[in-house]
Design a protein around this ligand. Structure first.
Ligand SMILES: NC(=O)c1ccc[n+]([C@@H]2O[C@H](COP(=O)([O-])OP(=O)(O)OC[C@H]3O[C@@H](n4cnc5c(N)ncnc54)[C@H](O)[C@@H]3O)[C@@H](O)[C@H]2O)c1
Length: 268
């Protein structure tokens, strides 16, 4: 075990699939009990079964991070069931409004993406914070994106929200440091999750010749070879492993950082 999370309870938003599920499973493997808060209850239940199969306790809550009542109810029910939340992973995120055209100018894309990726993330943090403050202990990990520092490859509204996650991480890290609460972010690179697959479909619908009529996975692999020095995609488990480290006591002196996990696409 490289970082022991035994006795800790981790809440992962959007933990039912993709990157969030990778974080859920890595943290459970390292001994944490896990709460999965997701819009999609079926996926949350399936993730919970996988956590239990690893011998850990699992809790689920249907949560919409854009709805403050839903956030407060979800955090309240998980805290009542699990006793406390020691680790918060703000992972739920979107790349546009449902049916996004991928253009940078639709109001609905700006508003929807902001509500989930930034305001929703902040609302979940505020809901969990009082108990961390009371215990003078906590770990918060925000999922940003390579898109923040390599914005030319993605829409303006998505990149802007992810840069905001970095700014929010730094502001919170400074504010909560004296209460022994670490706040860090991970900037994942390119991962073949539903998120990326939906984006390919949207590009095709827009008539993007680079993807129209082509094998989307092959397009994905070819595109990342151009920009990622290591030439390979990232996996949910890669992000999970980094999240485990940041949540562990070994990382107690790391705060306010955004760590790239992108095969070297961005070097800071
Ligand atoms: N896939 C990539 O290449 C990539 C790269 C960098 C960063 N990211 C970021 O990683 C995070 C996860 O991405 P993913 O690829 O796993 O996406 P995904 O679409 O596969 O999964 C997102 C999860 O979040 C949940 N979710 C969406 N909106 C929600 C809401 N309002 N309330 C609660 N849950 C909600 C979904 O139900 C789903 O379980 C996002 O923040 C995304 O921006 C992804």
């Amino acid at each position: 075990m490289f970082a022991d999370l035994s006795g800790k309870v981790a809440l992962v938003t959007g933990g039912g699939q993709g990157l969030g599920l990778g974080i859920v499973l890595k943290m459970a493997e390292q001994g944490a009990d896990i709460a999965i808060a997701d819009l999609n209850e079926e996926n949350a239940a399936s993730a919970a079964r996988q956590v239990e199969a690893l011998g850990r306790k699992a809790y689920t809550a249907r949560m919409d991070v854009t709805d403050r009542d839903s956030v407060n109810t979800g955090v309240g029910s998980i805290t009542a069931e699990a006793g406390q939340i020691d680790i918060l992973v703000n992972n739920a995120g979107v790349a546009g409004a449902p049916g996004s055209t991928g253009t940078a100018f639709r109001d609905i894309d700006w508003e929807f993406t902001w509500k989930v990726n930034v305001k929703g993330l902040a609302d979940v943090t505020e809901a969990v914070l009082p108990q961390m403050r009371e215990r003078q202990s906590g770990k918060i990990i925000n999922i940003a994106s390579v898109a923040a520092r390599a914005a030319k490859y993605i829409t303006a509204y998505y990149a802007t929200t992810k840069m905001s996650v970095i700014a929010y991480t730094q502001a919170c890290a400074r504010e909560f440091a004296a209460e022994n609460i670490n706040v860090n972010a991970i900037a994942p690179g390119r991962i073949w999750t539903q998120f990326h697959q939906d984006w390919m479909k949207e590009r095709e619908a827009m008539g993007d010749e680079a993807v129209a009529g082509k094998d989307k996975y092959a397009v994905f692999m070819a595109s990342l070879k151009e920009v990622i020095p290591m030439g390979r995609p990232q996996e949910p488990s890669d992000i999970g492993a980094l999240a485990v480290f940041l949540a562990s006591e070994e990382a107690r002196n790391i705060t306010g950082q955004t760590i790239q996990c992108d095969g070297g696409q961005v070097m800071v």
